[in-house]
Design a protein. Sequence first.
Length: 301
Amino acid sequence: MKLSIVIVSWNTADILAQCLDSVFAHAPDAPFEVWVVDNASTDGSPAMAQQRFPQVRLLQNETNPGFATANNQAMRQCAGDYVLLLNPDTIVYAGALPTLVQFLDNNPQAGACGARLLNADGSLQLSCYPTPTLERELLRMFHLDGRVRYHMDSWDTNTPRQVEALLGACIMARRHILETIGLMDESYFMFSEEIDLCYRISQAGWGIFWVPQAQIVHLGGQSTRQVQTEMFLRLYEGKLRYMRKHYGRVTAVLYKLLLLMASLTRLLIAPIAWLERPPQRDDHLALAGRYWQLVKELPGY
């Protein structure tokens, strides 16, 4: 078996169907299998997958164990030489899967690769980025993230490029590397687990590559929009876990203090939102509520 495609889904029946349609319509040339891991959906996702795509290997969880754990469930059972972790809110374009497979076939130094991700309107989406450090996170807090992200809009779209980390919506990796370095770290519920994985692949001496000839639409955030506050908190919990794991406790404490100061600053200026009109006012007040929740839960992270 050349390729195993793993898709983790939570209450995304319609877009999961769209994703699977695109996978089978633009299948790789080599033998492949598709695994869908459902994290206790209540929208009929498992039944839809069984009825419309009987060739899919379906795993159903009674509770939501998180993104990393669900991916690992399938990766422990799959048979492909390569494993593609694919979000359900993606649409695979013709040639994308064969291109990624061929890239790994032809580049033995590559441990993992990812596609050029596009927004629904066809515009470029950031699909890779430098791994986070305390300095880079500090720059982002002051809205200077342009200095610490890749400027992909200026990149050659005909040439693969080595990068530090890929967006988790589309990562194809060699299974034997995953078996050697370990699968996804299940202490992450959601967010930062793909950065952690890419970092460990790189630390083991393998390259991470962005392959722009492979194009995939990523609609983005279809599951997380359902529980925005919880996912906001999970985002920073994951970042703190990553900092602590790879840079030590002191760095994690410093990052926690930076988060606290940034959150309090946001809360101090939050009343200005009342001068705005809906829906901007409502959006800014909702964001302030999330930062207040982060301030309350940050000590426990």
